[in-house]
Design a protein around this ligand. Sequence first.
Ligand code: SF4
Length: 213
Amino acid sequence: MRYSLLATTFIRLSGCNLRCTWCDTPYAQELSSGKRTSIERILEEVRRRGIELVCITGGEPLFQNGTHELINALVDSGFVVDLETNGSMDISGIKRSEASIMISMDVKLPSSGEGESFLMENIDNLLEYDQLKFIIKDAVDMDSAFRFLEEHLPPCNVILTPVDNSGGDMLAEELIRRSRMNNPDSPLSNVLSRTRVMIQTHKVIWDPRRKGV
Ligand code: SF4
């Protein structure tokens, strides 16, 4: 089950191994941009907020060695963790024995400049309540995303998101068109039925440049 649109505590970790052309958090790319703290201090702050769902994002959260320990500490304390990762780092070491850890994984497309970064073995470690996310800028990205879905048939939900929240209508129309054209008995049909177009709601509600929302 996904917890989208519920109140969430965000933990943003610094450092990223990629440099996407349209990155909206360039201030978090360098490891040195963050402030050193301990897992216990983070837990204290998360407990103080009292919100069940905790999203760990970045940068790239798995770029830091301590992230596995942080995830386990949060789960052991009764929180549900949503880990946002860029798809290039190995997720096989994350303990997935219970549904209290969800993974939201990007597949970088050509316009990002990091289109070759996806670690294909990660597909085998995604579960049905995870999600695979494609951030789409143009027609080349769109074709790449649908080709990826057809070739790899991911077992989880799929999100298509327009860069900068513009062009969502074209994405939705293309998804409808491809769903109608597709043979309903093909394995791809099942994947398309789990595919959604989503915009970044916080950038509509608040100024898109605003941090901490
Ligand atoms: S993976 Fe995320 S944080 Fe890293 S450069 Fe790309 S968009 Fe920015």
